[in-house]
Design a binder for this molecule. Structure first.
Ligand SMILES: [Zn+2]
Ligand SMILES: [Zn+2]
Length: 418
């Protein structure tokens, strides 16, 4: 019994050790990346994760706060090629030693500072009082119906104002910003005017040395020329979920125009449906391209010849938006009335709402409604016309339908049509 207990205890200790090792997680893992990640991947991962775990968004959640700090740490190491190389070879300890040996204290490791370099606004979200928020940006994007049916992920480049990476939003070539000595950073100076002997008037004026900025720089940044921001194309990863409706607003938090003076507003993409056009690739040349959509349901017009509508014995293969085939058809003797509508259950759009696809009985995909158009021949060969005429006459006399009776008009003396 005692042996068992000891064994169990040892086992528990081992487990604990394993957990401790896991706790000091790999920087790549923290950012959800693998070792082959590009600089762009690293930047993108930081942008997404830092927003998600920002303490402003997770008030009172210490785990989120720790995670936020870890993400910043991982980004700082992996975004600099020199430290990334050291980390890849020697791990965290290697980076630590490098820091202590080299430029100790040269770099501040404030995660909020890093955050503000990405999103502006002093490292905080715009919800807190005193933090100004930039305007939201709205863009409309047109997508073919196919994308709404199958879903799609793609990259979109949109030109936006970005905090200058070279000077990290300082506008200064050496990234140093000097507090103006004339106004002590206040941007304003008080001037005293003597109105009369012993009588002074105090006037507040904009500081002429820093032009009201409160700060000066020695040499402007060569990239942004001291403007602290640049305009450039920024890639955004867009995911269209199957079944999303036109008019859906995809909100990318704090991905709007950036500025060091405020926290970036949201980037909003509004989905629109493009006019149908046949794709060039073979898999996109589907009948579904010309489906019409209304909410969850799809609509399609199928054309039948007179013979098919009347005599039956036909099939149609409709290629749906994702390439699968919906088979329609009637066996011999089955009549299809012109303008009648057939319901093909479950072949409509996937049902997407409240941010996810529904798959229950009452909330499953919509239907495909097929409306039948019947085309009568304009002309017949004379022989064929004669045959048909004789046939009609024979059967009209025998057992034609009385249309007058069917339409509830007074009865006519002769039976009219087949
Ligand atoms: Zn000044
Ligand atoms: Zn710059």
């Amino acid at each position: 019994m005692r042996l068992m207990r000891e064994l169990f205890f040892t086992f528990a200790v081992v487990l604990l050790l394993v957990q401790l090792v896991l706790a000091a997680e790999d920087y790549y893992k923290i950012l959800g990346l693998d070792k082959g990640a590009s600089e762009k991947d690293i930047r993108r991962a930081y942008r997404t994760l830092s927003k998600k775990f920002h303490p402003d968004k997770n008030p009172g959640d210490d785990t989120a706060r720790e995670k936020f700090v870890e993400i910043a740490e991982a980004y700082e190491v992996l975004s600099t090629p020199s430290t990334r190389k050291i980390y890849d070879q020697y791990g965290r300890e290697g980076v630590e030693q490098h820091r202590q040996g080299g430029q100790a204290g040269g770099h501040t490791h404030d995660p909020f500072d890093l955050f503000s370099r990405f999103f502006g606004g002093g490292g905080h979200f715009g919800h807190a009082p005193g933090h100004r928020r930039g305007p939201d940006m709205e863009f409309r994007i047109g997508l073919p119906l196919r994308d709404f049916y199958t879903g799609r992920s793609f990259e979109l480049n949109i030109e936006r104002q970005q905090i200058c990476e070279t000077c990290q939003g300082t506008g200064s070539a050496d990234r140093e910003v000097i507090t103006c000595d004339k106004c002590s950073g206040r941007g304003v100076v008080i001037q005293k005017h003597m109105l009369a002997p012993g009588m002074f008037q105090q006037v507040q004026m904009q500081c002429d040395k820093c032009r009201g900025q409160g700060k000066t720089i020695k040499k402007p940044c060569p990239v942004c020329h001291g403007h602290r921001v640049v305009r450039k194309d920024v890639e955004t990863s867009v995911t269209i979920e199957p079944g999303m409706d036109k008019g859906t607003r995809l909100v990318f938090e704090n991905e709007g125009d950036e500025s060091p003076d405020y926290i970036a507003g949201d980037l909003v993409l509004i989905l629109e449906e493009k006019e149908p056009e046949l794709g060039t690739a073979e898999e996109y040349r589907t009948d579904g391209t010309f489906f019409r959509r209304k909410g969850r349901d799809l609509f399609w017009k199928e054309t039948l010849s007179l013979r098919e509508a009347w005599m039956g014995d036909w099939t149609r293969n409709i290629t749906h938006l994702d390439g699968h085939v919906v088979r329609l058809g009637r066996s011999r003797g089955e009549v299809v009335q012109p303008l009648s509508v057939e319901t093909v259950k479950g072949e409509g759009m996937p049902f997407w709402s409240d941010g996810h696809i529904h798959d229950h009985d009452d909330q499953g995909p919509g239907n495909l409604y097929v409306e039948y158009i019947v085309i009568l021949p304009d002309q017949m060969e004379s022989g064929m016309e004669k045959d048909f005429h004789a046939l009609w006459e024979k059967w009209r006399r025998k057992n034609g339908v009385d249309l007058a009776k069917d339409s509830q008009r007074p009865p006519a003396p002769v039976k009219d049509e087949l």
